[in-house]
Design a protein around this ligand. Structure first.
Ligand SMILES: Nc1ncnc2c1ncn2[C@@H]1O[C@H](COP(=O)(O)OP(=O)(O)OP(=O)(O)O)[C@@H](O)[C@H]1O
Ligand SMILES: [Mg+2]
Length: 142
């Protein structure tokens, strides 16, 4: 198991938002972030915090139906993806999402575990539900 470069125990949605907003300061043009964790772990909440940290004023919602939402108007474009509906091991290039990885923006990918194992990311963030509103957040460098 790779060692996390950062670990945080969040006690509430507000704490996850605040942590993610700060984490966004690390992100540079072209960075890609895989978000993994069970249903309701907080991947979308964390994405919302990152979007706030990048300077987006509007809200971020689950893109489950659209697969990808693109946000513009801040210092970098943000692509928020949710691959929950993809078959496991689906071909990344066939899906056509690799295009978004090359836009020089920030890509946040929920359910990145749907992608083939070899897919690389700048960061992997795992959210682990520890009961109630407690979440363990682990960041692994890609
Ligand atoms: N510490 C916490 N951090 C984040 N969310 C929390 C926390 N405690 C409770 N919650 C709640 O958990 C839910 C997280 O929902 P969210 O949509 O972010 O999950 P998700 O991981 O994106 O799920 P899905 O796989 O369905 O996309 C929200 O209802 C939120 O209020
Ligand atoms: Mg979600």
């Amino acid at each position: 198991m790779p060692q996390p470069i950062e670990e945080f125990r969040s006690a509430s949605e507000a704490e996850t938002l605040a942590w993610a907003e700060k984490f966004a300061a690390r992100l540079r043009a072209g960075d890609t972030v895989a978000l993994s964790g069970n249903l309701g772990a907080g991947k979308t909440v964390l994405s919302r915090g990152i979007s706030r940290g990048l300077g987006f004023a509007g809200d971020v919602h689950s893109p489950s139906y659209a697969l990808i939402h693109e946000y513009t108007g801040a210092r970098l474009p943000l692509f928020h993806m949710d691959l929950y509906r993809l078959a496991e091991g689906a071909d990344w290039e066939e899906i056509g999402l690799d295009h978004y990885f090359q836009q020089g923006g920030i890509c946040l990918v929920e359910w990145a575990e749907r992608l083939p194992a070899g897919q690389s990311f700048s960061y992997r963030i795992e959210l682990i539900i520890e009961g109630g509103d407690t979440r363990r957040i682990r960041v692994i460098a890609g």
